[in-house]
Design a binder for this molecule. Structure first.
Ligand code: CTP
Length: 415
């Protein structure tokens, strides 16, 4: 599988780089959330996708085709009959698009999709389109839970349409309940996943990310410079490739969007991280975290006041998580090695000492250091002694390459 490309001179380097150069159809139907489709379009075009919008007659009561044409530089489609040209446009568009996302999808339009009606451009296009199709319902909560809508959603799921679960909250009608359009990030990442080969489907991947905090009173702690970006990108890359992912992250790692099959666990200390991993089911473990090796031997309750003499900090050694967790048949275990010198040899020693299948070695500090940087320059050290150096690249592209390597590893045959 080819690595995702970057666009806009590398401005968009994260998971959405999957969308660069892709051809996306966005079907906008007539609900209040239609205005959010403009923001969705903006996010997609900024990620480098080509986007063509198709609006229903009712969508045009909320937003105009011109909005989408201006945002995308592509034609927006409305009527079957508006353009007197020879091409049969809905068929041509169905051949052009790589994925079709309906957002927002009204109850009426979902019913049309479920029953194969084709009485306007949008429904005719979808009937002619055989690629990945997604729908993000948005409507009143009672309309959503009505048996007819529920049946239609079931039919669409059985037919392979990916449904984006509506959020719960304040609805346009003033009621509170389920029916809000899913978040833009969630629609976008789910569309990106629909375009990604699912070579990690069926795998349960646990990724640890970031620094841990080791408190010495209730306010202060010891930590390190890891931001957790590498681990977060790894978790999202594995999710995009179809894995069920558990991301276990230290306090500074930004929470990822709420996605099905992506569990997010926040931890504070190295001992918390160990406990969380012990409670997680995985067949692939990627330890990208930089857990603190030491913790204060004594934690003071409350806040130590300045007027007392500076307290002497005595440190205790934290458990080595990779060494503590048992190995099981069928697992693949990947560690990182953050080194300031003799990178490859030290990483090799860690592979043996920690019983790993693969070590990702990177520079801990200095100008090329991985911590806090958007890029990473890694070497992959395999169990058979092979070393592969990757040129420096954005952390999402690094994550992709690490997963390429993981996909080639054979699961363990002994504990
Ligand atoms: N690691 C771990 N438990 C710890 C510390 C680190 O499991 N208490 C994991 C890291 O997540 C990483 C690997 O071990 O995958 C190597 O981490 P690194 O910080 O490079 O090495 P250390 O084992 O901490 O050894 P040193 O600090 O002496 O280099």
């Amino acid at each position: 599988m080819s690595a995702p490309s970057n666009n806009e001179a590398g401005a968009w380097t994260g998971p959405l780089s999957i969308l660069a150069g892709r051809r996306l159809a966005l079907v906008v139907t007539g609900g209040v959330a239609a205005y959010k489709a403009a923001e969705l379009t903006r996010v997609w075009t900024r990620a480098g996708a080509r986007v063509r919008a198709i609006l229903t007659e009712n969508a045009v009561r909320f937003i105009t085709p011109l909005t989408f044409e201006a945002l995308t530089g592509e034609p927006a489609y409305l009527s079957m009959w508006s353009r007197p040209q020879y091409n049969i446009e809905h068929i041509e568009l169905a051949a052009w698009a790589e994925a079709a996302t309906v957002a927002p999808a009204t109850a009426n339009f979902l019913a049309k999709m479920a029953h194969g009606l084709a009485d306007d451009f949008a429904s005719t296009f979808l009937l002619a389109f055989s690629g990945p199709t997604l729908a993000a319902p948005a409507m009143n909560n009672r309309m959503l839970s009505a048996p007819a809508t529920r049946n239609n959603l079931k039919t669409l799921t059985q037919r392979g349409v990916t449904l984006l679960k509506p959020d719960t909250g304040l609805l346009a009608c003033g009621e509170v309940g389920a029916g809000r359009l899913a978040e833009i990030d969630v629609i976008t990442l789910t569309t990106a996943r629909a375009l990604t080969p699912q070579d990690f489907a069926g795998r349960a991947v646990a990724v640890s990310a970031g620094s841990t905090w080791e408190s010495w009173d209730d306010i202060r702690f010891l930590a390190n410079r890891s931001t957790g970006r590498m681990g977060r990108e790894l978790a999202l890359a594995a999710w995009l490739r179809g894995a069920r992912v558990t991301l276990i992250a230290g306090p500074t790692v930004p929470e990822p969007p709420t996605l099905p099959n992506l569990i997010f666990i926040r931890v504070e200390s190295t001992c918390d991280l160990l406990a969380a991993l012990k409670g997680t089911d995985f067949d692939t473990l990627i330890m990208a975290a930089a857990p603190a090796d030491f913790r204060p031997a004594h934690r003071v309750t409350g806040k130590v006041k300045k007027k007392v003499n500076p307290p002497a900090l005595t440190l205790a050694t934290n458990p080595d998580i990779l060494k503590t967790l048992p190995r099981w048949v069928g697992e693949v275990v990947v560690g990182f090695a953050a080194e300031d010198d003799d990178l490859v040899n030290r990483a090799r020693a860690k592979l043996a000492d920690k019983n790993l299948d693969l070590v990702v070695a990177n520079q801990a500090g200095g100008p090329g250091g991985a911590f806090g940087s958007p890029n990473n320059h890694i070497r992959l050290i395999f169990r058979d002694g092979t070393v592969t150096e990757l040129s420096p690249r954005p952390k999402f592209a690094v994550a992709w390459a690490i997963l390429e390597a993981v996909a080639t590893l054979h699961p363990r045959t002994t504990n």
